[in-house]
Design a protein around this ligand. Structure first.
Ligand code: ASP
Length: 329
């Protein structure tokens, strides 16, 4: 399984806090500052996704193509149980997917509560490019995808079905549980991608199967422009992962970009957006939230509510996972 806990586990127990901070700073200072092109993606599945984006970026390609290519890798990977094919189902055993995409000119497309289509990100791009709308949902999104040539597929894998059956047997309340980073199977881990190409065009994508065992019909932050993803081609972009409801209540990605517009660095902006949740939302301690931001100069920042969040970074020098500082310890 693609476990984020396979991550570079070099931290000595006693020095963990100190080392974590210096590692973040080292990677940031040496490799990240102002290097174009660059791609960043949430969680460790971002490593493989970034490789696909890099194939586009290193040839001088368009950031939108890079972000879409990255998202498609994770969507097609049955080992990633939080995105696309192989994603854990909702409470009724249905895999329902959310995704959105946004370009440097402010164009946006989104699909939510979409079943049976392996690549919701590509449907979202078509919504953006071929319709006058931003968002299609449910059966309407499915009909649009099918009429656009996408294939209807069964997206539930034997592993996901088994996990759902176990959950249904054990948890009679049918209340979706949001895990914080721990040793149980992750039930959230959206991939959010921000790509900045050699011409300085910044685009983003976000795709997920959402919170595992969510109520049927639930839509999270990931397909909501301004919540799961926001891009302003003159400022920067941000993506979110974690408990979507908290991100939606604070319109997190839009907030991060606005804070950067007002002069904050990407990391300061992500930190402030996490602080906003802590200040406004009761029970925030029970949730993980991770923000990742990239400005149009190639500066990267990230911050999370709980320890354990990480993002994947790729530029012409490195392909690495970066551990993120958090509000809670
Ligand atoms: N934000 C997603 C949702 O709430 C889940 C995640 O990022 O892990 O659907």
């Amino acid at each position: 399984m693609n476990s984020r806990r396979n991550f570079i586990g070099k931290l000595g127990a006693g020095m963990a806090g100190l080392f974590m901070v210096s590692r973040v700073k080292d990677v940031y200072a040496i490799n990240n500052q102002g290097r174009l092109p660059v791609v960043v993606s949430t969680w460790n599945h971002g490593l493989k996704a970034n490789d696909a984006a890099w194939d586009v970026l290193r040839q001088g390609g368009y950031a939108l193509d890079a972000a879409e290519a990255a998202a498609r890798i994770t969507e097609a990977d049955p080992e990633v149980i939080t995105v696309g094919y192989g994603g854990l189902p909702d409470a009724n055993g249905k895999v329902t997917l959310d995704a959105c995409i946004m370009d440097e000119r402010g164009n946006a497309g989104s699909v939510a509560f979409l079943e049976h289509i392996k690549h919701p990100i590509s449907v979202a791009r078509l919504v953006m490019e071929k319709t006058p709308h931003v968002m299609l949902t449910g059966k309407g999104a499915l009909d649009f995808a099918l009429s656009s040539g996408f294939k209807k597929e069964n997206l539930i894998t034997p592993l996901a079905k088994k996990a759902w059956k176990k959950w249904r047997k054990e948890d009679r309340t049918f209340k979706p549980v949001i895990n914080i980073e721990n040793e149980i199977l992750p039930n959230h881990d959206t991939i959010g991608i921000l790509a900045l190409d050699a011409q300085g065009r910044l685009c983003g994508a976000c795709t997920t199967s959402g919170m595992a065992y969510k109520l049927h019909g639930r839509v999270g932050d990931s397909p909501i422009i301004g919540a799961g993803l926001y891009v302003d081609g003159e400022i920067g972009g941000a993506v979110a992962t974690g408990s979507g409801e908290l991100v939606m209540k604070t319109l997190g990605s839009f907030l991060v970009v606005e804070l950067m517009r007002n002069g904050m660095s990407p990391e300061e902006a992500c930190k402030e957006a996490v602080h906003r949740i802590a200040a406004k939302i009761e029970g925030y301690e029970q949730h993980q939230i991770g923000y990742l931001a990239l400005d149009i100069h190639g500066n990267i920042g990230s911050f999370s509510m709980q320890p354990g969040f990480e993002y994947a970074l790729k530029n012409d020098l490195v392909s690495d996972l970066v551990k993120v500082n958090s509000y809670m310890r």
